[in-house]
Design a protein around this ligand. Structure first.
Ligand code: HEC
Length: 136
């Protein structure tokens, strides 16, 4: 019926490989592995380990956090605490593009990420660190 010769197998493997390639690892637009490299820019001030804060608060579990509410971090600005923001892909992206202009009065002295891909990637990276693990 079918000829599963060497070339047939190769064709099959090609399509299977292409399918795997097209399936994103998370539903986030970004790539967490690339995001780890972007996060180097944040590491001066942030860690992703629970409750390990430096100049900035720990970003463990930041997805879903109401801005300015990590109890173990005492250094929040009034601007952050009263922003009413809840961190998700959209709010993080907006803030991180230009923290100082998008949240007037923030203590996060960081110029921002201008590159869309870097923004998506670093958000996907941070989303991995939470009690739930990588969120769907
Ligand atoms: C120069 C130090 C510094 C750098 C660099 C920095 N941050 Fe921050 N970050 C802070 C400080 C300080 C705060 C608290 C700001 C406030 O309260 O106004 C903060 C707050 C945040 C918050 C809000 C957290 C919360 O608990 O509400 C997020 C999210 C965040 N930073 C992400 C990042 C990411 C991602 C990067 C890298 C792209 C980065 N930061 C780079 C110092 C920094």
């Amino acid at each position: 019926m079918f000829n599963f010769g060497a070339s047939g197998t190769r064709v099959y493997l090609f399509w299977f490989g292409l399918l795997l390639f097209l399936l994103p690892p998370f539903s986030f637009a970004g790539d967490a592995a690339s995001g780890e490299k972007v996060f180097v820019k944040c590491k001066v001030c942030h860690e992703v380990a629970p409750d390990v804060s430096k100049i900035g608060p720990s970003l463990y579990g930041v997805m879903g956090r109401t801005a300015g509410t990590l109890e173990s971090f005492a250094g929040y600005s009034e601007a952050m605490k009263s922003s009413g923001l809840v961190w998700d892909e959209a709010t993080l992206k907006e803030f991180l593009k230009s923290p100082l202009t998008n949240l007037k009065g923030t203590k996060m002295a960081f110029i921002g990420l201008k590159n869309e891909q870097e923004l998506d990637d670093v958000i996907a990276y941070m989303a991995q660190f939470s009690d739930e693990g990588a969120s769907e």
